[in-house]
Design a protein around this ligand. Structure first.
Ligand SMILES: [Fe+2]
Ligand SMILES: [Fe+2]
Length: 294
C-alpha cells in the first residue's frame, strides 16, 4: 500500500522508468511540423526495422493492394498509405515493439489492441467535434498507459492480481486504495514526465470521468466505454479492426454537443485526417501487420 505522494515519487524516479519509444516521439515531432514530407517520414521509418516491416506489410495488404501490385520501398509504401495512416502505424507499432512491459506478449497485445480501438474511436469523434484528430488518436493510444506504469513501477503483480479483472469505477477505487492514485493519474504523471502536452495529460487524467468539462477527456472517456462494451479485453486486433470497419457509423458514441471552450481544446497544429477514410484505415492497420498476429 502506498500513499499518493509515495506513488508519484516512485513513478517519477528516473532510474528504471520506461521511456516512450524514441520512434514514437520522433513521429509526433515530425507530424507537428508543417513542412514535414514523405521523404522525411521514410527516412525516420528506415531506422527501425520492425516499424519499416509493419508499414511495408500494411501497404501490401489486400486492402491497399487490391490490384496485386506489390511495393517494395518505403516511399512507395507511404505514398500508397498516405501520411496520416503511415503515422498511425508507426505510433502503434513503436509502442508495441519499443515499450518494454514485464508481462506476456498476449497481454501486451490485448492492452494495445484496446488502446488502438480507443484511439480510432477518439480520432473519429474528434473530427465530428472539431478537435485535432492526430492528437486525439494519440490520447486514445496512451489513455491506459498508467496501467503499464503501475505494473512496472508500483506493483509487479498488478496484471496478475484481482485488479486485472476490475473495470471502470471499481478499478479506479481499488487502485486508489492500493496505490493512492489510479491508473489515469499515473498515466498523466508519466506523460508530464515525458513532457507531452498538457492537453494530453489532462485527457488521460480524466479518461474515466465522462462528466468532465474538458471536451477531449470527455471524448476519450466515451470512446473508452464504447471500446470496452464492444471489445472485451483480449479481443484480437483483427476482430476490432473488422468490426470497426464493417460498422463505422455505430462506433461513435453519442455525445451531446457541449459548447467548445477554445481555451481548453488542444492546439490545432496538425491538420491530418483528410476525408473520412476510417474504414480503410482500420482494416489496413489491423490486418497483415506482424503485431496483429498472436
Ligand atoms: Fe482506463
Ligand atoms: Fe481503457
Amino acid at each position: 500500500m502506498y500513499c499518493r505522494e509515495d506513488s508519484l515519487t516512485l513513478i517519477e524516479m528516473m532510474e528504471d522508468i520506461p521511456t516512450l519509444p524514441e520512434s514514437f516521439m520522433r513521429i509526433r515531432t515530425l507530424m507537428n511540423r508543417k513542412e514535414a514530407n514523405i521523404k522525411e517520414l521514410a527516412e525516420m521509418i528506415r531506422t527501425d526495422q520492425a516499424i519499416a516491416a509493419s508499414v511495408l506489410k500494411c501497404a501490401n495488404s489486400p486492402h491497399y493492394n487490391a490490384m496485386g501490385h506489390p511495393v517494395g520501398s518505403l516511399p512507395q509504401a507511404i505514398a500508397r498509405l498516405g501520411f496520416t495512416e503511415t503515422s498511425h502505424i508507426v505510433m502503434a507499432a513503436s509502442l508495441l515493439y519499443g515499450f518494454t512491459l514485464p508481462f506476456g506478449m498476449n497481454y501486451i497485445r490485448a492492452l494495445w489492441a484496446h488502446a488502438f480501438a480507443v484511439g480510432l474511436i477518439c480520432e473519429r469523434m474528434a473530427k465530428e467535434h472539431g478537435l485535432d484528430q492526430g492528437e486525439m488518436f494519440t490520447a486514445g493510444l496512451l489513455h491506459d498507459i498508467g496501467k503499464a506504469v503501475i505494473g512496472i513501477r508500483l506493483d509487479l503483480t498488478y496484471f496478475e492480481s484481482n485488479m486485472a479483472a476490475l473495470h471502470g469505477e471499481e478499478l479506479i477505487d481499488a487502485e486508489r486504495k492500493a496505490y493512492g492514485l489510479n491508473h489515469a493519474e499515473a498515466g498523466a504523471a508519466i506523460l508530464r514526465h515525458w513532457n507531452l502536452p498538457e492537453s494530453l495529460q489532462r485527457t488521460v487524467a480524466e479518461h474515466h470521468n465522462p462528466e468532465t468539462s474538458f471536451l477531449p477527456a470527455k471524448i476519450c472517456a466515451l470512446a473508452n466505454t464504447e471500446a470496452n462494451e464492444r471489445f472485451p479485453f483480449g479481443s484480437s486486433l483483427d476482430h476490432i479492426g473488422s468490426t470497426l470497419a464493417c460498422d463505422p457509423a455505430q462506433v461513435e458514441p453519442q455525445l451531446p454537443r457541449p459548447a467548445v471552450n477554445k481555451a481548453e481544446t488542444p492546439d490545432k497544429r496538425m491538420q491530418l485526417g483528410s476525408e473520412d477514410n476510417f474504414l480503410s484505415k482500420a482494416r489496413a492497420l489491423l490486418q497483415d501487420t506482424p503485431w496483429v498476429k498472436a
